[in-house]
Design a protein around this ligand. Structure first.
Ligand SMILES: Nc1ncnc2c1ncn2[C@@H]1O[C@H](COP(=O)(O)OP(=O)(O)O)[C@@H](O)[C@H]1O
Ligand SMILES: CC(=O)OP(=O)(O)O
Ligand SMILES: [Mg+2]
Length: 395
């Protein structure tokens, strides 16, 4: 059965086409910097066929999806004769009111995504667009959503509950939910495959969005995202943790709620502090050229990671593995260096050479005598979604 997985990230669009249940990858594609004129397209097949294009104008996710579909349908180098060969399309969806785990994307589930648009605007919007595009393009395929919150259901209540009136929790379900479940669970599975158990681990998924997850014996026991994806470490253009009273204060100063939300969700984070870009590569380049705000943005980003690792170390009561994953986790050599050097006193001892030589593949980058083993594990969120999409039984 051919299963296509669509991972619409906040800055990127990733696809993997699987032959299931063999888990054979027939083709994969990635569009980076969606929504810009400097988008980058990668496409590859197991036979070695590769495409790499830079400086493309990809204003929306719809264009990015079409770019990938054109490639898989290409007469010469494609892998499908027709889109009707796709039996199922799995989406790494974020959240839908009252829906956790794996669901067929029925009108009710899509309505639940609409209902929660306000807490996940950078994610539910592109997913809804992508899902509607596939409803038209592949009317016979089953469309399935693997909602990110499922992995975090094991977080104990004292770390889920906010200090808010109890009826807000009961009436509106306001509590920490957590995201990046496909990535953090893949980290847990990979550590279990390598060591027989995760032990006490912290997974740092750092990409367009960033979240950390404390994992104890394979289970999520805390995470830095909340009910929304706006909190925790600073994100590429979202604010991360802030004092909630900034919102009414700015309103009182004359800004409308829409203006405040626009600032927090689109003009904050790395972009807001640096004033340069939401892409760490650009921010690093500016910092190297002497831009002080760019340097500060990187320092704030690293400090958030350090602070959360410290908190989770305390909650876990120790640490066996520290894992970096996601676009920045895999390629951000200097971010890993800065974070680990600040944590050497906790037994997180980086091998600088191994860190510099790491190409983003599955690698241990700690010193041989480091009490905590430090890993780079490339994210493979699509595999888990493919497995769940394939196994889904229509109810
Ligand atoms: N070589 C690199 N050095 C530093 N950062 C990088 C590098 N390559 C990618 N990144 C960062 O990774 C981010 C994208 O992460 P990714 O997890 O792929 O995206 P998304 O969050 O959209 O799913 C980019 O915004 C960029 O900042
Ligand atoms: C939740 C999620 O996957 O976010 P992103 O891809 O933006 O990191
Ligand atoms: Mg992502």
């Amino acid at each position: 059965m051919k299963v296509l997985v669509c991972n619409a990230g906040s800055t990127s669009l990733k696809f993997k086409l699987f032959n299931m249940p063999a888990e054979e990858v027939l083709a994969e594609g990635k569009v980076e910097r969606v929504g810009t004129d400097t988008a980058i397209f990668h496409f590859s097949k197991p036979d070695g066929f590769r495409i790499f294009q830079e400086n493309l104008s990809i204003p929306t996710y719809t264009e990015g999806i079409q770019l990938f579909l054109d490639r898989i349908l290409d007469k010469e180098n494609g892998v499908l004769g027709n889109l009707s060969e796709l039996a199922r399309v799995g989406f790494k969806t974020v959240l839908s009111r009252d829906h956790y785990g794996i669901h067929e994307l029925t009108p009710e589930v899509l309505q639940g995504m609409e209902d929660y648009m306000v807490v996940a605007p950078a994610h539910n919007k592109p997913y809804l667009e992508a899902i509607r595009q596939f409803q038209k393009l592949t009317p016979d395929a089953m469309l399935v959503g693997a909602f990110e919150t499922a992995f975090h259901q094991t977080i104990p209540q004292e770390r889920r509950i906010y200090g808010i009136p109890w009826e807000w929790y009961e009436t509106y379900g306001i509590q920490r939910l957590g995201y990046h479940g496909a990535s953090h669970s893949y980290v847990a599975e990979t550590l279990t495959d390598l060591y027989g158990s995760t032990g006490k681990a912290i997974s740092c998924h750092l990409g367009g969005s960033g979240s950390l997850c404390a994992i104890d014996d394979g289970k999520s026991v805390d995470t830095s995202f909340g009910i929304s994806l706006q909190v925790g470490v600073i994100q590429s253009n979202r604010c991360g943790d802030i004092d909630p009273f900034i919102v009414p204060f700015l309103q009182k100063e004359g800004l409308s709620l829409d203006e405040v939300l626009d600032g927090l969700t689109k003009r904050g984070g790395l972009l807001g502090i640096s004033g340069v870009s939401n892409d760490l590569r650009d921010v690093q380049e500016a910092a190297d050229a002497g831009n002080d705000r760019a340097k500060l943005a990187i320092d704030v980003f690293c400090n958030g990671i350090v602070r959360h690792i410290g908190a989770y170390y305390a909650e876990l009561g120790g640490l066996d593995h520290l894992v970096f994953t996601g676009g920045i986790g895999e390629h951000g050599t200097r971010i890993r260096e800065s974070v680990c050097h600040q944590l050497a006193h906790m037994g997180i001892l980086l091998d600088d050479k191994k860190n510099q030589n790491c190409t983003g593949a599955n690698t241990v980058i700690s010193r041989d005598n480091s009490p905590v083993t430090i890993h780079v594990i490339p994210a493979n969120e699509e595999l888990g979604v493919a497995r769940k999409t394939y196994a889904y039984l229509r109810t």
